[in-house]
Ligand binder design. Structure first.
Ligand code: GDP
Length: 432
């Protein structure tokens, strides 16, 4: 069976925790999209980790961890994460890298930084990980695919890349020879030797695994609202975090993804630029931010304070629809235990109308949240291990979300640790 684990918000929903948890019963965990621009926080017996590129199955020695073709492959981060796992005493994981993935090179990161500087006050709030330059070079068909490291034409492929980047850097940033051809070749030759033990032909590997009936998890980063096609364009990432893209990136048939677990936070957060309907400020935001996540709501990778809002049914329903969610993993429910009553945004007031549909980005700026208020449970639920142990008000909160979104909540996360997870219904957690 193939299960996609994706986010239905702006990212940071807790996909890493849920993937690490579900990977216990999986054979293959596939990271299918984005690059090292976000971090998946995982807290388990080995410690606390923020994985940027490696799939979140790396802590289970039985799991094969695949980096699929659609990932922006930053080899420097890849090797540093493997080293970090070793230092923290994690047994060397089984890793496979698609030879069809393309290389995110140091020059992509340099371009990301120079472009944010050029844009000044109009900047995107990029994490400077080189993601958009990587994807734009992919669509311009100038990136270097990992397989090309082994081609006899590598020198000419690298030469063309170098020439194109240098023309672009001179025109946009007035910098001559930003990429040195000899340095680039040395870098590529070094990678050629170091990467070869990990490489595989991802589509064949994955289709064979399907035939063998393996349990496969597809893990994305960020969330639906940052999808390049359907998100809050232009404040989106440069790839697609949707489950559908998992099939493209791993080279497998879309109908093989039978289960889509949409990870959803019990409140709403966003990091970076772009509209956030019902954004909280002042003490309401500070309190929620301080209590959220495992160390407060600060970017796992960047440390930036996350912008805060109450649970948003409008954006979550849209996000789940885009994912094709078959079930929801609701995380951070424990965080709300301090509230007497909990606002939930059920519709937006925008353009003179009330809507339950997520508007186009330009209408979001002025959209006002319409709240319903639910009773708080006013206690610590982080020790609950069964659904029945949850207070009635917490169950009401879950049911309310379920009704509003129209997707069953099958996993409830009541803390950042692996074991602070509750299964409900016959969701994927019980099926795996
Ligand atoms: P991801 O990128 O979707 O994996 O999410 P991040 O790692 O960026 O952010 C999720 C944050 O929530 C991290 O700090 C996690 O440790 C934390 N977290 C995940 N689930 C829970 C939960 O149920 N309760 C609490 N308090 N923290 C959680």
């Amino acid at each position: 069976m193939i299960t996609a684990i994706t986010g239905s918000g702006f990212g940071d929903e807790g996909k890493g925790k849920i993937t690490d948890f579900l990977a216990e019963k999986a054979d293959i965990a596939v990271r299918f999209q984005g690059g090292a621009n976000a971090g998946h926080t995982i807290i388990n017996d080995f410690g606390r980790f923020v994985l940027r590129l490696l799939p979140s199955g790396v802590f289970h020695h039985n799991v094969e961890n695949m980096i699929a073709s659609g990932v922006a492959f930053d080899a420097d981060i890849f090797f540093s994460e493997l080293e970090m796992l070793k230092e923290k005493g994690v047994k060397a994981p089984k890793i496979l890298v698609s030879s069809r993935a393309q290389l995110l090179l140091p020059v992509h990161k340099l371009q990301d930084k120079l472009e944010e500087e050029r844009l000044g006050k109009n900047k995107f709030g990029s994490t400077l990980s080189g993601i958009w330059p990587f994807y734009s070079d992919k669509f311009a068909r100038r990136n270097i695919q990992i397989s090309e490291l082994y081609s006899e034409n590598l020198k000419s492929i690298a030469g063309r890349f170098c020439e194109d980047k240098n023309i672009c850097f001179k025109a946009f940033y007035g910098i001559e020879n930003a990429v040195s051809y000899p340095d680039l070749l040395n870098y590529l030759y070094d990678l050629k030797a170091r990467l070869s033990p990990y490489l595989c032909d991802c589509p064949y590997y994955m289709n064979e695994a399907i035939k063998e009936g393996k349990e496969i998890l597809l893990e994305s980063q960020l969330g639906s609202l940052r999808d390049i096609e359907n998100g809050i364009y232009p404040y989106v990432t440069s790839s697609s975090p949707l489950a559908g893209f998992g099939s493209v990136s791993a080279g497998i048939p879309p109908y093989e993804i039978q289960s889509v677990v949409s990870v959803v936070k019990a409140y709403n957060t966003s990091v970076g630029e772009g509209p956030l309907v019902g954004e909280l400020f002042g003490s309401a935001a500070d309190t929620l931010r301080r209590r959220g996540g495992d160390q407060g709501e600060f970017g796992a990778n960047t440390g930036r304070p996350r912008r805060m809002a109450w649970f948003d049914c409008v954006s979550t329903r849209y996000g789940c629809m885009l994912q094709g969610a078959t079930e929801i993993a609701l995380t951070n429910l424990d965080v709300l235990g301090y509230l007497d009553r909990i606002p939930v945004c059920v519709s937006y007031h925008t353009n003179g109308k009330i809507t339950k549909n997520f508007p186009q980005t330009y209408l979001l700026r002025d959209a006002q949240p319409v709240y319903e208020y639910l009773n708080g449970w006013h206690c610590d639920i982080s020790g609950c291990s069964q659904y029945n142990e949850l207070p009635e008000a917490a169950k009401d909160y879950i049911r309310f979300i379920e009704d509003q979104i129209g997707v069953p909540v099958s996993i409830i996360s009541v803390g950042p640790k692996r074991n602070q997870t509750i299964f409900r219904h016959s969701g994927v957690g019980n099926k795996l």
